[in-house]
Design a protein around this ligand. Sequence first.
Ligand SMILES: Nc1ncnc2c1ncn2[C@@H]1O[C@H](COP(=O)(O)OP(=O)(O)OP(=O)(O)O)[C@@H](O)[C@H]1O
Length: 336
Amino acid sequence: MFLIEISNVSKKFSNSTTEIDAVKNVSLKINKGEIFGIIGLSGAGKSTLIRCLNRLEEPTEGHILIDGVDLINLDKKDLRKERKEIGMIFQHFNLLSQKNVYDNIALPLQLEKMDKAKIDNRVNELLEYVDLKDKKHSYPSELSGGQKQRVAIARAIANNPKILLSDEGTSALDPKTTKSILNLLKKIRDELNITIVMITHQMEVVKEVCDRVAIMENGQVIEENTVENLFKEPKTKIAKTFINSLQGNIEDEIIHPNDFQGKLIRLSFLGNSAKKPIVSKVIRNFNIDINILSGNINKLQSTNVGHLVLELIGEDEEINKVFLFLKNEDVHVEVI
Ligand SMILES: Nc1ncnc2c1ncn2[C@@H]1O[C@H](COP(=O)(O)OP(=O)(O)OP(=O)(O)O)[C@@H](O)[C@H]1O
């Protein structure tokens, strides 16, 4: 069984003059222990969708099942209970500025009416877990962005939820701090077995931690893929644009097929196929010339994905033989 089942969820915002379909008929299934990314450009509907997952936003249609329980059918009291299973972090941290780090983390435990000694134990344990023991008495204004997000994460997992939602949780952070927060999220998934759903507009985040990803555009999910396959064989144009936005993937901007006389191809290879001397084999076995135009490699959670853009110069018949050879070597070929 899936831990989260989003089925046919839509959300309309309307006022007297306009109607906006922020989320349109989205269905997704997320496994226990997964880190699932939802990526899309601004306005795609990501925030609205993730907020539907704990009913911070009421879906206009559809169902949200958490461990088989449909949140949509719950009354206020049962919803409050179910929400304890779903922690959430935000781009701007949403800490209480009047309370210090200790009290911010203690808050959800106090709401549970846990006794003081137990709260003290749990908060100290959480401070240790997120590596902020020395900031216990500091106020949010005295912390860096990364430290604030660590406090927010400790608060979000204080009640041992099954799920952690991240609404652009690293978008306000610099790349190094982003990495350390993503590592903390990975640790939370690995050690506490908390399922994480994160929305982001950064492909770096997806590449770094996600197992699977859904791409949203105009309120709809237009592609759902494992991160491996997304990098190897993106199905949609927007997925390709996101991948190309990563540092080093600038081929779209500099390589135009019209500028070359030969056939331009883009090879994608995963894991083992990345280790084979493909190019030299092609040159040795076929009567063609090769011009290497660009290459890069992306390190994903589980494997590496390499891309190589080549110009093949030779007879069509020979080039077709090369395509067949590459296919047999488990290399994906796209003619640009
Ligand atoms: N409370 C609201 N009332 C009216 N329209 C809204 C509301 N919240 C979101 N929208 C609209 O719904 C659409 C989707 O917005 P949403 O914030 O979900 O997108 P997003 O992908 O998260 O974008 P961003 O990354 O910029 O936050 C947008 O057109 C937005 O203007």
